[in-house]
Design a protein around this ligand. Structure first.
Ligand code: NAD
Length: 510
């Protein structure tokens, strides 16, 4: 597949000839090449989006959402095709890829409520005969910089809300997985948005820097690793933009002795090893409390060892490869680091070779046991199918351990005690909380939260937070005197001091 940019309603070749190989991580085949675009591509996209903005914001909101209804239907009709592309470029299983897209459709559906969601506020008679109004207006040109692990979904945490609210848009997919967005943009083309309303630029750092610096781009959303999130947040803010940047994670789960151990194990295994552990809400640190240790350890080791690993389009496969060789090597080195720091490796996924897919970058599910609090492996985001086990004696110690972490994307608890659950919900320092849930992914009508080093900004993606982020509030104070009153007001005004005039509404002087 040739990877092109989509600017002003046209497919255009990027301005450079340097390319990044897109490799199917299961087969090792090169399946596309991502052009490393330059700031010139961003310039062209920003120009198109700026020109389109003037008329797009004037399209009535109930007409704007008709484009999104059409896009959602086209995406659903082509859902299997999109999911296949996701499996081939990102490695997750076909079922996981289809599930990813469900959340994308759901976000479009919520954004289609924009005629209602974008309503403002109105208070009559803030002073006699004077009314005050709050109107939500679009921000202008907005952009998303996306990560590799959800090639189809993450852009839709933002784009539908931005477009429905009257903004125009630029998408920068991850250079590792450009094919899914390439296909989705073919559908965007079919929808028939006015030229320049939705644009796509491909590339890496130069393209991102072009977005961060461009004066016409008013708001940026980013999802990726924490170091880059900090860079995006500070650079975009320096250039005077609105920005929200989602970062990395190290998600803990506590298992209390009163948990249903079989259910807990199944759910925790799906969370830790689903999508090969490359989910920002994957559980990566399991903290057993008191006598839960032995049973949970035994069950989770069985669950890890029995997972079927292979090419995600083959039947019966439960887990695919990690994204590339660099990631495979990094994950294996981190397992070695854990062992060096004193952890046991009762289930070791290093050196995995899958028959028929010998060039694939597979790491089988791995368990690190007796991981020490404060060790490097306990702190580092692995982003692979590795679950670290830790043990404490009380729930107090467990909550303290959870709250001592650098990240705050998700924290979960498995228990049958309502009281323990309530306490955890109240005290855990994380933006997404799971109670007997392994992947506490918020539905589209809730914000996709994240705290501490997992998030930089104020408003999150999805739901009302996205409406807030992609609109700016304008407040109007209005007086409409009768013509006769207006004349007497004008005479009075000529005689009044400037400060008296400024204070008029507050003092009720009409
Ligand atoms: P990444 O940070 O490497 O890349 C993300 C984006 O940033 C890509 O589009 C990339 O081109 C760009 N980028 C990379 N280096 C850059 C640089 N030096 N300057 C400017 N731009 C740069 O992340 P990734 O490997 O694609 O994704 C995995 C990470 O994303 C993990 O850390 C994961 O936890 C995180 N993630 C977080 C969430 C969340 O909701 N918090 C969701 C998904 C993924």
């Amino acid at each position: 597949m040739e990877i092109l940019n989509y600017i002003n309603g046209e497919w255009v070749k990027p301005t450079v000839n340097e390319y990044f190989d897109v490799i199917n991580p299961a087969t090792g085949d090169i399946i596309a090449k991502t052009p490393f675009g330059t700031k010139a591509d961003v310039e062209a996209a920003a120009k198109a989006a700026s020109e389109a903005y003037t008329s797009w914001r004037r399209v009535p909101v109930n007409d704007r959402v008709q484009y999104l209804f059409k896009l959602r239907n086209l995406m659903r009709e082509n859902g299997d095709e999109i999911a296949k592309l996701i499996t081939n470029e990102a490695g997750k299983t076909f079922e996981e890829a289809k599930a990813e897209m469900v959340r994308a459709y759901e976000n479009i559906e919520v954004a289609c409520g924009m005629p209602h969601l974008s309503k403002g506020e109105f208070v009559e008679d803030i002073a006699p005969g004077i009314d005050e109004i709050m109107i939500r207006q679009p921000v202008g040109v907005c952009a998303t910089i996306a990560p590799f692990n959800f090639p189809g979904m993450i852009v839709f945490w933002y784009l539908p809300y931005a477009l429905a609210a009257g903004n125009t848009y630029i998408v920068k997919p991850s250079e590792k997985v450009p094919m899914t967005m390439q296909f989705i943009f073919k559908l965007i083309e079919q929808v028939g948005f006015p030229k320049g309303v939705v644009n796509m630029v491909n590339g890496a750092k130069d393209t991102v820097d072009g977005i961060l610096e461009h004066p016409a781009i008013r708001a940026i959303t980013f999802v990726g690793s924490t170091n880059i999130a900090k860079y995006i947040y500070s650079t975009a803010a320096f250039h005077g933009k609105r920005v929200q940047a989602q970062g990395g994670a190290k998600n803990p789960v506590i298992i209390l002795p009163d948990a249903d151990m079989e259910m807990a194990t199944k759910i925790i295994a799906d969370s830790a090893f689903g999508c090969a552990g490359q989910r920002c809400l994957a559980v990566s640190l399991a903290v057993t409390v008191a006598e839960s240790k032995n049973e949970f350890t035994e069950l989770i080791c069985d669950a890890a060892a029995s997972r079927t690993v292979g090419y995600g389009l083959d039947a019966g496969i439960q887990m695919g490869p990690v994204i590339n060789t660099a990631s495979q090597q990094r994950v294996e080195q981190l397992i070695a680091l854990g062992a060096k720091e004193g952890a046991g490796v009762p289930v070791d996924g290093r050196g995995t070779v899958v028959k028929g897919y010998e060039r694939g970058t597979f790491v089988r599910p791995t368990i690190l046991s007796d991981v020490k609090a404060g060790s490097e492996i306990a702190r580092t985001e692995i982003f692979g199918p590795v679950l670290s086990l830790m043990h404490v004696n009380t729930i107090d110690e467990a909550i303290q351990l959870v709250n001592s972490g650098q990240y705050g994307n998700q924290a979960s608890l498995f228990t049958s005690s309502g009281n323990a659950a309530r306490r955890f919900r109240y005290e855990a320092d994380a933006g997404n909380i799971g109670i007997n849930i392994g992947v506490a992914a918020p539905m589209a009508f809730f914000p996709f939260s994240g705290w501490k080093d997992s998030f930089f900004g104020d408003m999150h993606g999805q739901g009302m937070d996205a409406v807030e982020f992609f609109t700016q509030k304008k407040v109007v104070v209005e007086r409409w005197p009768k013509e006769q009153d207006f004349k007497s007001f004008t005479i009075a005004r000529r005689c009044s001091s400037p400060s008296r005039e400024r204070d008029a509404p507050r003092n009720g002087i009409t």
